[in-house]
Design a protein around this ligand. Structure first.
Ligand SMILES: [Zn+2]
Length: 314
């Protein structure tokens, strides 16, 4: 039996057909139709599912469920996306629109960070744990919490927003209107911004040389690579970054006493170069003895698709 998982992002839409063992047997990616009417978007994903099924010779009516995850807030009862700023979706009827095309298949909707957490819990880095946290660190920071072995969706069903925990009230302005949220200080965007400033301030730095002074070419990975190669300017940025990230991890751990905290998204690809100093700083700052694990997430870019496909199983 197969399920469909759709991960809707501001740049790409990924559709995966997932089998009973939660493996993606077919993956397709199309561009998100920016600035187009909502009906165009629905038409695109309906076609995507139909084409993919045709290729696999699966009858659409044979799917057990269709799960959709979006980067934004959702109303589960109404099946609507309340706000997904990157998609410019505001109070759009996702489930109703899909049900007009797929009448016999259950359709589910979830926030993308929650879907990723669900996937990591079932088949990834959080497997077997009862209390766990996932941070997905990319342009912004999302995340999810597992309590009692289940996805915790907040006491009022609003979800959780670990990216907006505040660690510096004088920090940079966040999209949410506050200052110093971890999204502003621990995301890949922070690394990029620091790298771009370094180009202006330190033209002798490796960051400058690698980008030839072109700020558009600065990425989080490039800054980390320069730090790995021993560039002092990049090392300084990187260790400030790790320190800030350790505050986020410690704050979260002090609140929840979790068994494990997993870090996903592009930043986790830095590997032990990131995790080793992070664990050291967390150990120093942690209120409790430091028994919890800090590990990379396992499912990388597939977490959203696998988690969305799982929505029909819970
Ligand atoms: Zn914020």
């Amino acid at each position: 039996m197969f399920r469909i998982g759709l991960d809707i992002g501001g740049t790409n839409i990924v559709s995966g057909v997932v089998d009973n063992s939660n493996k993606i047997i077919s993956r397709r990616q199309i561009l998100f139709p920016k600035g187009q009417p909502y009906s165009v978007f629905i038409g695109l994903i309906v076609n995507l599912i139909k084409e993919q099924s045709k290729e696999l010779r699966i009858q659409v009516s044979d799917y057990k469920s269709i799960g959709i995850c979006v980067p934004g807030s959702i109303n589960r009862e109404k099946g609507t996306v309340i706000n997904a700023y990157n998609l410019e979706f505001h109070n759009v009827p996702m489930i109703e629109a899909m049900k007009t095309h797929f009448t016999d298949i259950p359709v589910f909707l979830e926030n993308d960070a929650n879907a990723a957490t669900l996937a990591e819990l079932n088949v990834g880095a959080l497997r077997g744990y009862k209390t766990a946290v996932l941070f997905t660190i990319g342009t912004g920071i999302g995340g999810g919490i597992i309590l009692g072995g289940k996805l915790f969706n907040g006491g009022m069903d609003h979800g959780v927003e670990p990216g907006h925990m505040i660690i510096d009230h004088n920090g940079p302005l966040c999209t949410c209107g506050n200052r110093g949220c971890i999204e502003t200080l621990c995301s890949g965007s922070w690394l990029i911004k620091q790298g771009q400033e370094a180009i202006v301030k330190y033209p002798q730095s490796r960051i400058y040389r690698k980008t030839q002074g072109n700020r558009e070419q600065v990425t989080g990975k490039l800054v980390i690579d320069c730090a790995k190669e021993g560039d002092e300017v990049a090392e300084d940025i990187f260790y400030r970054y790790v320190n800030q990230l350790s505050l986020a991890v410690v704050s979260c751990a002090n609140l929840l006493d979790p068994e494990v905290i997993a870090l996903g998204g592009g930043i986790s690809k830095a590997g032990e170069f990131l995790f080793q100093p992070l664990r050291k700083l967390v150990r120093e700052k942690s209120f409790f003895r430091f028994p919890y694990k800090i590990v990379p997430a396992e499912l990388e870019n597939d977490a959203g698709v696998i988690g969305a496909a799982m929505l029909g199983m819970i």
